[in-house]
Design a protein around this ligand. Structure first.
Ligand SMILES: [Zn+2]
Length: 85
């Protein structure tokens, strides 16, 4: 699984983060976006699973979960570096 996370330099339309999640190198990656505006926070993905879950129970698809897990791991790594110093 390849996960690429990009933070936009300027916040446009509330977009805080772009990510691509690619399971199979022969298939186009899915696009995950994190939006945050004054009154709402929202994760979106362009996969059919997300659309289905969103309409059903408002749950996140696996791509969003993977991106969030990667961010958490990065945060954890940063904390560990600080502890060492
Ligand atoms: Zn998805």
């Amino acid at each position: 699984m390849r996960i690429k996370i990009t933070k936009p330099k300027s916040v446009e339309n509330g977009v805080r983060l772009y990510a691509t999640v690619q399971r199979n190198p022969h298939v186009a990656p899915h696009q995950v976006v994190y939006l945050r505006t004054a009154n709402k926070k929202r994760w979106t993905c362009d996969c059919p699973d997300f659309t289905f879950r969103e309409n059903g129970k408002g749950r996140h698809c696996d791509h969003i979960k993977q991106v969030r897990a990667k961010i958490e791991r990065q945060k954890e790594a940063t904390r560990l570096c600080w502890t060492v110093e």
